[in-house]
Design a protein around this ligand. Structure first.
Ligand code: IMP
Length: 190
């Protein structure tokens, strides 16, 4: 069984990714003894994912992947986007979500999409895998599942939020699920 490091400290992401991956030994940052914060200073998901994956590859010498993701809201011209994790000024999911709800008060267009970009460093080569999930943002939170903005996000074609839908369904249709499946298909070819 081969090993891959997940370059993330985000418990929500790690839970989802772990539930989709079999036959690969996934190592956490804790497993490889990496305790520092990884900066994400850039304006694109690709650059941030590469920065995280590169930092962990340099530290460990192992094959590694990083997910950089976020919510892009049409009425907010694509914000919070790459700033999703700290939109309110700090890493606080609840305050971030409330800020979006405040900004969307009275908005007619509540459409949004989640985007995930995975950067994989595999045998010293860099690969990218992307996934998008379209949906709508509701006015009040529903459901305790998922993480981040999930309690206000209803994926297209569904009536429940990602906070209400079971993880298995979220993985089938989510941005991250799509990106992870593309990465798995690539790894299976290697
Ligand atoms: P990153 O660590 O910079 O990639 O931050 C990702 C942020 O985007 C998370 O902290 C959430 O705010 C948001 N996000 C990304 N994917 C999801 C998801 O699947 N559900 C809810 N929020 C998400």
């Amino acid at each position: 069984m081969y090993q891959l490091v997940i370059a993330s400290n985000n418990e929500g992401k790690i839970r989802e990714i772990k539930s989709m991956i079999e036959d690969i030994e996934l190592l956490s940052l804790k497993d490889i003894g990496f305790t520092a914060e990884i900066p994400e200073p850039y304006h694109t998901f690709e650059e941030n994912a590469l920065t995280k994956a590169s930092a962990i590859h340099q530290f460990s010498g192992k094959n590694v992947f990083a997910d950089d993701s976020g919510l892009c809201v049409k009425a907010l011209h694509g914000s919070p986007g790459v700033d999703s994790a700290h939109y309110c000024g700090e890493r606080d999911d609840e305050k971030n979500l409330q800020k979006i709800l405040d900004e969307l008060k009275g908005a007619d267009d509540r459409s949004a999409f989640y985007k995930a970009v995975i950067c994989l460093i595999w045998n010293e080569e860099v690969y990218y895998f992307e996934g998008i999930c379209e949906g709508e943002l509701i006015e009040e939170k529903r459901g305790a599942g998922g993480f981040g903005y999930d309690p206000i996000f209803i994926p297209k074609g569904y009536e429940q939020t990602f906070g209400e839908l079971p993880l298995a369904i979220k993985n089938q249709i989510s941005h991250r699920g799509k990106a992870v499946r593309k990465m798995i298909a690539f790894l299976n070819e290697q």
